[in-house]
Design a protein around this ligand. Structure first.
Ligand SMILES: [Zn+2]
Ligand SMILES: [Zn+2]
Length: 196
């Protein structure tokens, strides 16, 4: 090798024995190891937020640990692919939204007798004259005809309002009456205006 050219091996040797370079190298290694362990902890917490299973978070962090500080990024990609799509909070939020949608639908109730569509705040069914609600004389709110007292203000009703079943009896529809009273007999708390 000609004298004029510097020896590449010597340059490299000088470079890696430089204390500054060695310190930087150590810091990088420490940083990568911390990143690796931190990612394992992140996977643990992330799986905790996505699954109620107590074991799965350990599996998630073990996956990251298993791939070593050099390759753990591949484990992160793998984890992102296989983890549950929704977090538990998102699932809860979605079920709340579905419930409120359902409640919205249930507002459009059916008349228990003639199955005609009635509104939740109607007093009687305009089609078959079945009593759906009564007005509380104390607070003027709508009460279920079967309630012995007002749910809003506690006012005791003198006597229960005519039940839809009795109305049907008056109107002499024997088959439907039997079916309806069986329903009400099985569930005394059943609201007359709700779907059986
Ligand atoms: Zn009706
Ligand atoms: Zn009342």
């Amino acid at each position: 090798m000609p004298d004029g050219l510097p020896d590449p091996g010597k340059i490299w040797n000088d470079f890696i024995t430089n204390p500054l370079v060695q310190t930087a190298g150590t810091l990088i290694v420490v940083y990568v190891v911390l990143l690796w362990l931190g990612t394992a902890y992140w996977a643990f917490r992330d799986m905790q937020a996505r699954s109620e299973n107590p074991i799965l978070p350990y599996f998630a962090s073990a996956l990251i640990i298993f791939f070593t500080p050099l390759l753990f990024l591949f484990a992160v990609v793998l984890y992102l692919i296989v983890r549950p799509r929704e977090s538990l909070a998102e699932v809860y939020e979605r079920s709340l939204a579905e419930e409120s949608l359902l409640a919205e639908v249930e507002k459009n109730e059916l008349c228990p007798v003639c199955r005609d569509r009635v509104h939740a705040d109607w007093l009687v069914c305009p089609n078959c004259r079945t009593r759906l609600h009564r007005v509380c004389p104390s607070c003027s709110r709508l009460a279920d005809p079967e309630w012995p007292l007002c749910a809003y203000c506690g006012h005791e009703f003198q006597r229960p309002a005519a039940r839809p079943v009795e109305r049907v009896m008056e109107r002499s529809a024997p088959a439907r009456t039997a079916e309806r009273s069986a329903d009400l007999g099985a569930e005394p708390g059943l609201r007359p205006a709700s779907n059986p």
